[in-house]
Design a binder for this molecule. Structure first.
Ligand SMILES: [Zn+2]
Length: 294
């Protein structure tokens, strides 16, 4: 055994000892993601829970909708949707955001904070009445034009970073849609990236190369078309460099069985079944490994 390998093992054991000393409950050292539907999902680390694009009403005949029971559980704030801290909306399209449903959620669950592009917040204001005014104290609108620098926000347990990436269809279609890619870090431990309906062209990412490089992403949720595009794969591999990616916005026509999918989607991890989960590896151990590698 080389001295280096021995040091590596010693460090790993030490890190394990630290983890056990600090928190015997493994839920506080690893994170999970649970799929809802389309681009809707919940990320949990310890007591911190966030949702992305959780409530929408349109399937446009081809995308997954939330099962009715899941939607009612969310409104009721019952497990697993108890104690949600924040909800993030990528953009105001009917398969990502329902202003009526988000208004209802904010009214029924007074602990939830909402982060959304100004277009979606304006939609929320349209369906809200004068008595609903107090919910807007928990609403943060981001107003970003294409090419604007990314912004950083914070709330307890969360570092929230937002950048506008054009909706797919750029440069000819849907240019008016404020699509926000949210990079959210839970408890300074786990970073996830929800991209919304991002257009897979490297010009949008090259511009903020330093922003993409500065923070390690544990799990990215690209729309599935990143996987079937050379440029999309390049953005994931060269800019975002996540430990793992799970594709979202998968049409219901795509088989739940990987071997039955079109060739260009085989070999990728996709969310297809509401309720399915993935573990997100604990970053403490990753940090040790990275240190020893150098
Ligand atoms: Zn869209």
């Amino acid at each position: 055994m080389t001295q280096r390998l021995f040091l590596c093992l010693a460090l790993l054991l030490f890190a394990n000892a630290l983890v056990f000393a600090k928190a015997p409950d493994s839920s506080s050292t690893s994170a999970t993601v649970q799929y809802m539907a389309n681009e809707g999902l919940m990320v949990v680390h310890g007591q911190t829970k966030v949702l992305f694009d959780p409530l929408f009403r349109s399937s446009y005949g081809q995308y997954q909708l939330l099962p009715r029971a899941m939607k009612e559980t969310l409104f009721a704030g019952a497990p697993p949707f108890d104690g949600i801290d924040a909800v993030f909306v990528s953009h105001y399209h009917g398969d990502h955001f329902s202003p009526e449903d988000i208004l209802r959620l904010l009214k029924e669950q007074p602990g939830i904070h909402l982060y959304a592009p100004i277009q979606a917040v304006n939609g929320l204001r349209k369906v809200a009445s004068a008595q609903d005014e107090t919910i807007f104290e928990r609403v943060t609108a981001v107003e970003l034009a294409y090419k604007d620098a990314p912004v950083t926000l914070e709330m307890e347990g969360l570092i929230i970073e937002a950048v506008r990436i054009p909706h797919s269809g750029w440069p000819t279609g849907r240019l008016d849609v404020e699509n926000i890619s949210w990079r959210v870090t839970l408890n300074e431990n786990t970073t996830v990236l929800h991209m919304g309906d991002a257009d897979p062209n490297d010009v949008h990412f090259e511009r903020d190369a330093a922003y993409w490089a500065k923070r390690h992403t544990h799990l990215a949720f690209p729309p599935y078309w990143f996987f079937s595009s050379t440029a999309g794969n390049g953005i994931l591999q060269n800019r975002i460099k996540p430990d793992h990616s799970v594709g979202v916005h998968v049409p219901t026509s795509v088989s739940k069985i990987p071997n039955l999918r079109a060739v260009e989607l085989r070999g990728y991890d996709l969310f297809t079944e509401p309720g399915e989960k993935r573990e997100i590896p604990a970053s403490a151990l990753l940090g040790v490994e990275e240190t020893v590698e150098k």
